[in-house]
Design a binder for this molecule. Sequence first.
Ligand SMILES: CC(C)(COP(=O)(O)OP(=O)(O)OC[C@H]1O[C@@H](n2cnc3c(N)ncnc32)[C@H](O)[C@@H]1OP(=O)(O)O)[C@@H](O)C(=O)NCCC(=O)NCCSC(=O)C[C@H](O)C(=O)O
Ligand SMILES: [Mg+2]
Length: 290
Amino acid sequence: MPDHVSPIRPRRSALYMPASNPRAVQKARELSCDVVILDLEDAVAPEQKVAARVAAMEAVRAGGFGQRELVVRANALDTEWGADDLAALRGGGADAVLLPKVSAIDTLHAAREALGDGPALWAMVETARGVVNLPDIVDAAREVGLAALVVGTNDLAKELRCRPGSDRAPLLPILTQIVLAARMAGLIALDGVINVLDDEERIAAECAQGLEWGFDGKTLIHPAQIAPANRVFSPAAEEIGWAEKIVHAFEQPDHANRGAIRIDGKMVERLHLDGARRTLALHQAIQARQ
Ligand SMILES: CC(C)(COP(=O)(O)OP(=O)(O)OC[C@H]1O[C@@H](n2cnc3c(N)ncnc32)[C@H](O)[C@@H]1OP(=O)(O)O)[C@@H](O)C(=O)NCCC(=O)NCCSC(=O)C[C@H](O)C(=O)O
Ligand SMILES: [Mg+2]
């Protein structure tokens, strides 16, 4: 994992809110999401952009978000607000700046220059060009301090003119590429939002898809989506038990020089030991948070 990506930290639930909505920002200080994303981009109307920036910076300065990672989504640099957003964020305070519609590496270089040594960069992958350029984008991750790829499923569906249903089949090849690129560079990978607000079963099912496809967590738009995301992206009791068995088995002197062993009728190799340690570390980090 590159230096600019913090060690195992739960990022099961990353909740967006318009920075222009003081009630939502205040509420976020008490919600059980792992990441708070103060949005200056699509959730904010053009006439509110400047006031939203001021409100976001006040919220960053005021703090009170506890263990939640604090991220601000800026406007794109090719809009009339992007440069001023990054200038305001340069002073620090936020854990990361999320850049929308990252389509090429030059955007990340420009953003890093605008931010100086300040916060980490998180990049939204939500354009066709961004998907095609993923290898170049993640190759430069260390140089520009890129720590996360975040999917923008609404923008992707819009540009591709595809119609994802509950199986998200039209987006699957892209989501898989995003996870692949993130893993190539040791980055965090966050799944896109689900626009459904009132159907917990559907929300949990889409979180479970994201988990199965390799994401670390899901971006969210409403407090009611937090509990299912936290539940699904936390290691389950059975997974924790299995991880403990693997770690315990490889600690036995008889297995010290073995690459592969048998546990409960299954072959387990040292590569599984790495995964098991990761599961236990994530579980401990979640427990510590509670
Ligand atoms: C989607 C909403 C517009 C729904 O609003 P509303 O119907 O008014 O919500 P509720 O009445 O159910 O709200 C209940 C209480 O919860 C608070 N609340 C609501 N949403 C949030 C939130 N996101 N963060 C924090 N708190 C929130 C309300 O204030 C109520 O509190 P209380 O007064 O105590 O009862 C609305 O949820 C919303 O605006 N969501 C966020 C939208 C957003 O940020 N969109 C941009 C990011 S998504 C995106 O762009 C993805 C990507 O780029 C892509 O391309 O896919
Ligand atoms: Mg978007």
